[in-house]
Design a protein around this ligand. Structure first.
Ligand SMILES: Nc1ncnc2c1ncn2[C@@H]1O[C@H](COP(=O)(O)OP(=O)(O)O)[C@@H](O)[C@H]1O
Ligand SMILES: [Mg+2]
Length: 236
């Protein structure tokens, strides 16, 4: 029997925002467990807390209360948390992030953009490693091009490549196809599925594109900061 390690464990997470005198629970007592190798989609209406949740899971934001452990390390325990430098290390070692607006640097080539994470932390052999990642994503012929010479789908693939250079355990994607047409969205869905199935990359994908959500085997619906539905789909 093989046991799969838990990579994210969230228990009773709350995130409260103050809006004037009003307090808004963006995340309202949410618990979830993510195991290594899983591909989870999070869907739900605008304002349901998807981005807030993803940022908390990815240690980019702090919950107001609740408990969060990532990679076996307790990050938050009812308001007590790690230091900023410890969080930085966890973000760098454990997570890759992609967003709706690809955040490429317009004056840098594809290769240079993907090497950006190494700007402050030199790593031997990085360039060779990065070329292999680009090739895997069908971007090797684009290495010397500038972002403006690429299609939207290619730009997002460059952003995916950049997220993968630190060999993260978990890829977190917030509306990665929000700026893409349906054809390019499908392409990104396939890339993510391949990374999950062939490379065993754990993925959490936030989207309100129902077709893209089906790339995952586990789909969770959020409403008002709570999980209101959860589906597990058979292998596909
Ligand atoms: N920085 C913030 N300050 C105050 N309220 C916020 C902030 N960020 C998000 N919210 C509120 O939290 C709720 C969830 O937002 P969000 O996580 O962005 O939802 P989604 O990504 O599903 O659209 C919304 O009501 C939103 O207005
Ligand atoms: Mg959002």
């Amino acid at each position: 029997m093989t046991t799969t390690a838990t990579i994210i464990e969230a228990f009773g997470i709350k995130k409260i925002y103050k809006r004037g005198a009003e307090r808004v629970a963006a995340i309202d007592g949410l618990s979830l467990t993510l195991k290594e190798g899983e591909f989870l989609s999070i869907i739900g209406p605008s304002g349901s807390g998807k981005t807030t949740l993803l940022n908390i899971l990815g240690c980019l934001d702090n919950p107001t209360s609740g408990k969060l452990a990532v990679g076996g390390i307790t990050v938050h325990d009812n308001g007590r948390g790690l230091s900023e430098s410890q969080l930085t290390r966890i973000r760098r070692q454990l997570f890759g992030y992609i967003f709706q607006n690809f955040y490429l640097i317009p004056t840098l080539t594809v290769l240079e953009n993907v090497l950006v994470p190494f700007t402050f932390f030199k790593k031997r052999g990085a360039e060779k490693d990065v070329m292999a990642i680009l090739k895997n994503l069908g971007l090797d012929k684009r290495a010397g091009h500038l972002p403006r010479e690429l299609s939207g789908g290619e730009m997002q693939r460059v952003a995916i490549a950049r997220a993968l250079v630190n060999h993260p355990s978990v890829l977190l994607a917030d509306e990665p196809t929000g700026n893409l047409d349906s054809e390019r969205s499908r392409e990104i869905g396939q890339v993510l599925r391949q990374l999950n199935e062939k490379e065993g990359l754990t993925i959490v994908l936030v989207t309100h594109n129902p077709e893209l959500a089906l790339s995952a085997r586990r789909i969770m619906t959020l409403k008002d900061g709570k999980i209101v539905e959860e589906q597990a789909r058979p292998e596909h």
